[in-house]
Design a protein around this ligand. Sequence first.
Ligand SMILES: Cc1ncc(COP(=O)(O)O)c(C=O)c1O
Length: 317
Amino acid sequence: MFAISPVQPMLFEQRPIFVKRDDLLHPDFSGNKARKFYHFLSQDYAHITQLVGSGSAQANSLYSMSVLAKQQGWQFDYYVSHISDFILQHPNGNYAAAIANGANIIEVGQLKLADKYQQMHLDDVVQCIVASDYNNKNSLLHIPEGGRCEYAETGVAILATEIIDWARLRNTKALKVFLPSGTGTTAAYLNKQLLQQQTNNNINIEVLTCSTVGGDDYLRQQFSQLVAQEYFPTIVNDGHKYHFGKLTQRCYEMWQTVCQSGIEFELLYDPVGFLVLKHYLQQHSQWAGDIVYVHQGGVLGNQSMLPRYQRKFGYSE
Ligand SMILES: Cc1ncc(COP(=O)(O)O)c(C=O)c1O
């Protein structure tokens, strides 16, 4: 269904690393959405008529789910906690593209919900709404926020196979695979699959990830909902606490630096990923194996993130 994504060399912090270009997998299901939603694209879901999702109004997954729903002819309801006035007045990026695909975006704050819902996490609120407000349960597919569900493993397993095949061809003996985490779904399943698929253990592979949302403990908690502890990836950090979506000069500068390689990275996860990777490499300067950074796509979101950065910190050349 998807071609094998290419691996490209790039110079980072004066050392070669390799970028697994999952962003090139598909224009609509770029990066980890292609992996996470592969299951729904490859299996028979003819009985489904209604898709329900949730997350932020600018999420990459909103756009990919809207394409999935459009392709399959499903109704698509997507719940958000809040839509900013700016996006409502200037729809762009993932939000505008999803609406163009027919997504029905519902602001939970505007619904008349019982008080008990006020303190609940969006995913849990949506679970309750699905249970009470939708009659068509047999034809309904609910994908939790960020595609955090067991179905994601089917496609991430293919990513693991591609990485192992690449490493074997290169005769790599030691490999560190780095990818920034949101829900941790991609990193957790990738590590599990790399460990399970490499039965002869002839390549020493370690998956490194960092938190971009909620800190290391929160990420570990997310892993525990998906995989057994033996499959938890290594969480690394650079001592900074990152607030998801917060615009910082450090992130903006790192994004500008890595984009000079000629590869466009995205602005929410990748700047944090590269800042943490930089710190890790400084701490492990003697390490001589290969490093693969997984580009998880999402550059459509730059259409809205970049103008926000430019308004705050000025234009890059
Ligand atoms: C570009 C990009 N990078 C990283 C992530 C984090 O992925 P996960 O939620 O599987 O940790 C996402 C979210 O899906 C993403 O869109």
